[in-house]
Design a protein around this ligand. Structure first.
Ligand code: AGP
Length: 616
């Protein structure tokens, strides 16, 4: 998720663009850059680091006074943060500059084709194919060249392009990544998100997939992918700037919960091979770094997962998936324990570390410990170029975009999906997960974004449940197997933002002690998404009910019988039970969120906690 800003008008462009980029830094901040047109060339200034670094560089090199410009703040997905990989990217002759937000899934094919036609590339990014395609298609009309280039692209993109010999226009194309037009007087704006332009105008047009827009000082022209005119109604934004950074949501956490359908789509983007799994050598999944060549995977003897907090809970789900599909014994450790328990690990073993930030001290220490023992290491992380990404042998990026709220939500479900892909890859490569079954499961993952949206669309009912929870000082979460792993995440969410004491336990463990705490009205959240364990969990629900506890069940729609036993039921869309944790997490996140709001807690910055714990 990156930030884009474009400006054409009568003011000096760079101050407007830089001001807009600063308001989009929550979308990405590992590198930044700007481009302006003037004296026959595109002027590009870009740098690794935050926008402040870019501003210093512009001060040193001189900031052109032109009135047309574009800018970008990056959240790397392809190519580590560096000056060369920062946007804007240009064509071979420095006449075209492009900034882009999204993922071009077919960039490798396009890059090779362009290289074969003599184009020279300067970065590792997927984005750089765009200016070269526009160079190819340019025949005197920048909008037409941009439209034709976009027809070659697969994946998600919002890109803005400027060209030296058309200095009085900006062109943009949008598909699956957000882009808005700001309408001014004698000036017009483009941005990934409204906060960037709210200072200058409140009249915006939200572009839709396929829209090609041409911005001039006095005119904005919209056409579709077929070149025919389209019309979009402007609307007036009534948010304040701070609310706008949260996209109109009250908190970053709520915004990030609702971003999960888009994040799951990005996690999958470009990773499912058409035709699906064929053989142990062709698992149907492509990872960023060609992770886990199949010979090495076949020789694996033991598998370890380690992480902290929410990432550890993702590891608990990962354990079930890898054991079931790859038939490998899996040990999961909290990283602060892993690093001190003199673990029996060596060559032929594999450690997966999970970390949203990629900077958690205990997780990083565990990764280094595995390296000292000559084990193969894989990082599942959300931050390109983070410490774990740089130090692990292989990396699987979750691509959830910057996660601002301390409580992890979208990164967690993206981690779960990454584990699904990893487990399928391992299972097919080891011949323990039949290609046909794997193909069906991978096809099912394509439904996740829309099913997650369905869960979110029906989530209003959770507010009342959460307001009830907020009245209690103790809440219990129970589940079996994968559901216990999800229960662990549910309790942490509630605890860390509402300050309600919560604990999760294996449902079968209730009668071994915790049942003593269940009395009239005590809330128990029972996660029951695994058909083979539902009857067992129902008997645990009845144990709770017999002591007066109040049970809310979270289950799949097919499991109608549970309604006869639970006080409330949160129904999830039916999906393969192996994927159910991804959907079950969402109501648990929302229950925690609304309970915290009811209690007046600081949802995005809960007391005593940090987003990334970079110390022991
Ligand atoms: C989760 O909501 C917490 N913010 C915390 O437990 C977090 O998951 C943990 O600190 C690990 O962080 P990481 O994923 O960045 O390594």
């Amino acid at each position: 998720m990156c930030g884009i800003v474009g400006y054409i008008g009568r003011r000096p462009a760079l101050p407007v663009v830089l001001d807009g980029l600063k308001r989009l830094e929550y979308r990405g901040y590992d590198s930044a850059g700007v481009a302006v047109t003037g004296n026959g060339r595109v002027g590009v200034t870009k740098t690794e680091g935050r926008i402040a670094t870019l501003i210093e560089k512009l001060a040193r090199e001189g900031a052109p006074e032109t009135t047309v410009g574009i800018g970008h703040t990056r959240w790397a997905t392809h190519g580590r943060p560096s000056d060369a990989n920062a946007h804007p990217h240009t064509d071979c002759h420095g006449k075209v500059a492009v900034v882009h937000n999204g993922i071009i899934e077919n960039y490798l094919v396009l890059r090779q084709r362009l290289k074969d036609r003599g184009h020279r590339f300067r970065s590792e990014t997927d984005t750089e194919v765009i200016p070269h395609l526009i160079e190819e298609y340019y025949a005197g009309d920048l909008a037409e060249a941009a439209r034709r280039a976009s027809l070659e692209l697969q994946g998600s993109y919002a890109f803005v392009v400027l060209r030296t010999d058309e200095p009085d226009r900006l062109v943009a194309v949008r598909k699956d990544s957000p882009l808005v037009v700001g309408l001014g007087q004698g000036e017009n704006f483009l941005a990934s998100d409204i906060p960037a332009i709210l200072r200058y105008t409140r009249r915006v047009v939200i572009l839709e997939d396929g829209d090609v827009v041409v911005l001039e000082r006095e005119k904005v022209t919209l056409t579709g992918p077929d070149g025919r005119p389209v019309s979009r109604e402007p609307y007036v934004v009534d948010w304040d700037v701070e609310a706008a950074e949260k996209g109109g949501y009250a908190h970053f956490m709520l915004k990030e919960i609702f971003e999960q359908p888009a994040c799951l789509r990005q996690t999958l983007a470009g990773r499912l091979v058409a035709g699906g799994p064929r053989s142990p050598a062709e698992t149907g999944i492509v990872f960023d770094t060609g992770v886990l060549d199949t010979e090495r995977v076949a020789a694996l003897s033991r598998f370890f997962i380690t992480a902290c907090g929410t990432a550890y809970h993702a590891g608990l789900v990962g354990k079930h998936l890898v054991e079931r599909l790859a038939r490998l014994p899996v040990e999961v450790d909290i990283a602060s324990e892993f690093r001190y328990r003199d673990i029996l690990m060596g060559r032929g073993d594999m450690l997966v570390v999970v970390s949203q930030s990629g900077e958690t001290a205990d997780t990083l220490a565990a990764l280094r410990e595995a390296g000292r023992r000559d084990s193969r290491t894989v990082a599942i992380t959300n931050v390109v170029g983070s410490s774990v990404a740089r130090e692990a042998d292989e990396v699987i990026y979750t691509r959830a975009g910057p996660e601002i709220a301390v409580a992890s939500t979208k990164a967690y479900t993206a981690q779960l999906l990454a584990f699904v892909l990893l487990a399928v890859h391992l299972g097919v490569a080891r011949g323990t997960f039949p290609a046909g079954r794997a193909a069906r499961l991978l096809e099912e993952t394509r439904r996740l974004p829309s099913l997650a949206q369905e869960v979110l669309d029906g989530s209003q009912a959770l507010r009342g449940l959460a307001e009830d929870l907020a009245r209690w000082d103790d809440v219990f979460y129970i589940g079996r197997g994968l559901d216990w792993a999800v229960a662990m995440e549910g309790q942490l969410k509630l605890k860390e933002i509402s300050y309600i004491h919560a604990e999760a336990l294996a449902a079968g463990e209730l009668k071994h002690g915790t049942l003593a705490l269940i009395e009239e009205g005590v809330p128990v959240i029972a996660i029951a998404t695994q058909p083979d364990l539902t009857e067992k969990t129902i008997s645990n629900i009845r144990e709770v009910k017999a002591r007066g506890g109040r049970v809310t069940a979270v289950t799949l729609g097919a499991n109608r019988g549970i309604a006869d036993h639970a006080d409330e039921v949160v129904w999830l869309p039916d999906i393969d039970p192996l994927l159910a944790p991804i959907l079950a997490a969402i109501p648990l996140q929302l229950l925690a969120y609304y309970a915290a709001v009811t209690r007046g807690c600081d949802v995005d910055k809960p007391r005593n906690l940090a987003k990334s714990v970079t110390v022991e």
